[in-house]
Ligand binder design. Structure first.
Ligand code: ADP
Ligand code: MG
Length: 568
């Protein structure tokens, strides 16, 4: 199909375009960051594909990005000599949204412009953000390896449709030309474009070139020369030394690798030397992505080998329970032609994963144990967004179980709130004289946990109980028998043993009561023989007449309900 085709955007793209143009207008200069970010990704992809096919470079291995403008035509052009796109790829990549969680994202939009702006940012704005400043965009592209006559021109006014036609394009890569909307002429200036590039894209490892501008004494004005100069630092951010990187640069780099719009919550940057040599720059996002619970979701780590991009989402580099971590790992030891299969078996990868896990846990500990309110608030944010995922680590990562347990936070009877803020250390610090166990109750929700009849005796005695209401809790508890030598005990299981919390007089009284009701208990046992395993006199209730308990070694009521709901 060489002729021109007009195609409709996917419904979601149309919706996104509309929303974006309105809600992100105050932030419009980010379009340049997004287009440069894509150009940089395209260069990474070319370098990677060329590892096994050097011909793709077509004798032009000097990968770069050029930003030019034409004042008379009122256009800006961003050119790269990266991987490029075929006609099919242009249709697919610039006409649809392939992200997981797209449906959910659109269902969350409220119509409130400010709220939606934040959501859109989190979703990732990308290529389409160029329509904030442009009322027409022309993309000329040719994929590396295809002949010159298999170029493609994609064009759209950002309304409902776009066109594609085949063109001749001698040079490999992509030229994106923005036809500026009325009133956006401020971008037709070297100074303006340069300052936007320095602000958002300084960390890009390729050279970003712009034409030089010089004062012309005769014309008495600045003129744009044919000569190009590099306007960014053009070295991989993670390979620079920490002291040379500003917090803003760390932040912009995060937005580039994560496609996130918000600043990260925290990051850690280290070069590891010794038996295994690698650099890690890892970030914890401020907000959980829409697809945090998507089983097919891959990790957020980009793998590089000696600055060459190898792959996105290298899930082997991070355990599953830290799948929210974003960033870059650059190994000096792995071979350039490493595949996902090789990664799975590589000992180097195992070492990197263990090292990176420790770094992330260390970063979380720093936030959690910091006395500064700002850091504490950050940990609270982290816990709200990712706490449930971190809990998976208790079962998944035996080696770090104790460290992870210290990072857990719970609601408890100590506070009159469903906020999960109590650590095991807090709990242990408040244990009663003679108390040797950490008591908890599990339930479907906070209200059910808080009002559990099992808590009555504990309230009376002033003993704190942790209120566990997350879906993963039961599963997690099956891997966590004790913390700091203190056994974890459900208030709803077996024969409640309050140990030394019960005094001699109470014990005696209990024995007397038991013998007093012996006959009644026997009658009830017979009457309920097919419904209850056992009937006992209980001292755990103070107000309610009776309650159901699970046997010591049986699944708890809550877990049984969960399994039933799951059809087991
Ligand atoms: P994202 O970068 O998050 O994938 P974008 O909306 O920014 O989303 O870009 C969509 C897709 O379009 C990219 O994933 C890529 O496949 C393609 N693309 C965009 N710009 C370029 C480019 N300069 N060179 C090659 N492909 C590109
Ligand atoms: Mg992008």
């Amino acid at each position: 199909v060489a002729e021109k085709q007009t195609l409709g955007f996917q419904a979601e793209v149309k919706q996104l375009l509309q929303l974006m143009i309105h809600s992100l207008y105050s932030n419009k200069e980010i379009f340049l960051r997004e287009l440069i970010s894509n150009a940089s990704d395209a260069a990474d992809k070319l370098r990677f594909e060329a590892i096994n096919n050097n011909a793709l470079f077509e004798n032009d291995g000097d990968l770069k990005i050029k930003v030019t403008f034409d004042k008379a035509a009122r256009t800006i052009t961003i050119s790269d000599n990266g991987i490029g796109m075929s006609r099919e790829e242009a249709i697919e990549h610039l006409g649809t949204i392939a992200k997981s969680g797209t449906k959910e994202f659109f269902s969350r939009l409220s119509g409130d412009q400010q709220k939606d702006a934040a959501l859109i940012g989190q979703f990732g704005v990308g290529f389409y953000s160029a329509f904030i400043v442009a009322d027409r965009i022309t993309v000329d592209s040719r994929r590396a390896g295809l002949p010159a006559d298999q170029g493609v021109r994609w064009e759209s006014g950002g309304e409902g449709d776009f066109s594609v036609e085949s063109i001749d394009k001698a040079s490999r890569g992509t030229d994106i030309t923005l036809h500026l909307r009325e009133g956006e002429d401020e971008f037709l200036s070297v100074w303006k474009l340069k300052s936007v590039i320095r602000k958002y894209s300084d960390h890009i490892s390729l050279s970003i070139l712009m034409q030089k501008e010089e004062w012309d004494e005769e014309k008495k004005e600045t003129v744009v020369k044919d000569e190009f100069e590099t306007v960014n630092q053009a070295s991989a951010l993670w390979s620079r030394s920490k002291s040379d990187i500003t917090p803003e640069q760390y932040e912009e780099f995060y937005k580039h690798v994560s496609h996130d719009f918000e600043a990260p919550l925290a990051y850690t940057h280290n070069r590891v030397e010794g038996r295994s040599e690698y650099t890690q720059l890892l970030y914890i996002p401020t907000r959980a992505p829409f697809d945090l619970w998507d089983r097919n979701k891959r990790g957020g780590i980009k793998l590089y080998v000696k600055r060459v991009f190898i792959m996105d989402d290298a899930e082997q580099l991070m355990p599953v329970y830290l799948r929210f971590v974003k960033g870059v790992i650059d190994s000096a030891d792995l071979p350039l032609n490493v595949s996902r299969e090789i990664l799975q078996e590589s000992r180097d990868v195992k070492v990197i994963r263990e090292g990176s896990t420790k770094r992330v846990l260390g970063l979380l500990e720093e936030l959690a144990n910091n006395d500064e309110q700002e850091q504490k608030d950050k940990y609270a944010t982290f816990w709200t967004e990712f706490g449930q995922v971190l809990k998976e680590g208790i079962g998944e990562d035996q080696g770090n179980k104790e460290r992870i347990a210290k990072l857990l936070r719970f609601a408890s009877t100590h506070n009159d709130s469903d906020a999960q803020t109590v650590s095991f250390a807090d709990y242990i610090g408040r244990m009663k004289e003679g108390q040797d166990k950490i008591f908890y109750v599990t339930a479907d929700n906070y209200a059910a946990a808080k009002n559990s009849p099992h808590l009555e005796i504990f309230r009376k005695k002033g003993v704190e109980v942790l209120l566990l209401t997350d879906r993963v809790d039961e599963w997690m508890l099956s891997f966590l028998q004790d913390v700091d030598g203190k056994e974890l005990a459900s208030v709803a299981k077996g024969d409640l043993d309050l140990g030394k919390l019960e005094d001699e007089a109470e014990k005696k009284q209990h024995e007397e009561t038991e013998s007093q009701y012996k006959e009644l208990v026997e009658k009830m046992k017979t009457a309920l023989s097919d419904k209850a395993k056992d009937v006992r006199v209980t001292f755990r209730l103070t107000d309610s007449p009776a309650c159901l308990v699970a046997d010591e070694h049986e699944l708890s009521g809550n877990l049984l309900r969960m399994l039933k709901a799951a059809g087991q």
